[in-house]
Design a binder for this molecule. Sequence first.
Ligand code: BES
Ligand code: ZN
Ligand code: ZN
Length: 468
Amino acid sequence: MKYIPIEQLDPEKDLILPCRKNQLDLLKKFTANVTPDFEGEHATFQTFYGKGGNRIYALGIGEEKDAVKIDKAFQKLCFDTKKYWKADMQLQAAALNEEELQKAVIGLEMGTYQIGSFKTEQKAATETEIQVTGNGDITRVINEAALIGTTINRIKSLIDAPANHKTPEYLGSWAKESAGQNQYKCTLLGKSELKEQGFDAVLAVGRGSENPPVVIVTEYIAKPGAGIDIGLVGKGITFDTGGLSIKPSQNLHYMKSDMGGAAVVLGVVELVARMGLNINIVGVVASAENAVDSKSYRPGDVINSYSKKSIEIIDTDAEGRLVLADGLSYIIKQFQPHQVIDLATLTGSVVRTLAYSAAGMFTNDTEMATSMSDIGNRINERVWQLPLYEEFETDLQSDIADLRNFSGKPIAGAITAAKFLQAFTDDHKHWMHLDIAGVAFGDSHYAKMKSSTGFGVQLILEYIKTLI
Ligand code: BES
Ligand code: ZN
Ligand code: ZN
């Protein structure tokens, strides 16, 4: 969709009219003699008709507490009604503040997301121009929000793509293409480069698949000669069978989403480049398919890693921490970023702890933690801090190698996974790990099965903006 600012509403044209709870007086201005059958509750709407027969979508945006999720209301309205939309549509945004307007546009854009990209019959996407009246100059806000919404949709369709299409090499070509179009650097490390440079943990995880692993390195440098402000690392497992420690088949199909962390990294770097933010950022995606094969790595194996620490494999299903270990060691050694954040659909344990409500956040940097948590609350992509207590280190001690990849205990799984990662950060003072297993993929009103949520793109983008 296209968004343009306008000065005056045209009373003859279709209109989206956001209404706060129990404040429906505004409606009278646009419609004749109406008695609304709704109170303006968050994410409810009613269609009225204007004097010229034009549609007035009264959209409930609820109370003050609902402001952080205003995008959901717009997303629902767009999804439910867009088939009736004409080539242009108006949005009365004068009562929305800047943050609400940004979210409203992101929501509208997300409402155009088409999940059925593999259906033989494709729905024709009608290009609607949304004309927005707001308070003062809203051009920057709506342009930026449209960009964010578009990228979130691209990221969502990557996460929803099936693993037979979305191989590690496919993620690599996606990144290459994006880098070419948006003027940032992208280097792909294929199997031979990974061997040469010692990415032994990534190689071990990918050994059982005919789709070879790839490490994607993206760089956007706005300040040449200055250091890297932030490094992002994403878990890019394109399918997680569990390997020889195979997962049960129920819900196994959802494991195509095990590259949700990688998708966020790719999306954020693309957005930072498109927005031309004044920051130096590196994004590393460690991608492999965790498959079952006679060549697969085994429980009991001892493997090497980029950091040269040896790892005893207890469970081949704890593969995310292995590829991330190499990604973290690599980014810290090669780029010395001032801050490092990794994102991963890392553990079932975090889902049992925080369900679908927040990502698990791990860091020893209290400033980063406070900032990330405040941003998460503000934009409704919440994070909740869990501890990195020293006593969990004993769980990762191996008799025969430097570390083992799983404690073997059915407790504190998200924490021990984070402790494992920490061992590969070279004691970086400004490292944060976000376990997004519960929030990257979930139920929605527009899909029958679970699908991608886009969680993390807005969170990390807003976080990066605070570093400028
Ligand atoms: N990809 C999974 C984690 C996951 C679970 C993501 C549910 C999304 C939804 C990860 O690789 C995994 O299998 N973790 C195991 C680790 C265990 C074997 C130590 C887990 O958490 O059960
Ligand atoms: Zn796994
Ligand atoms: Zn996994």
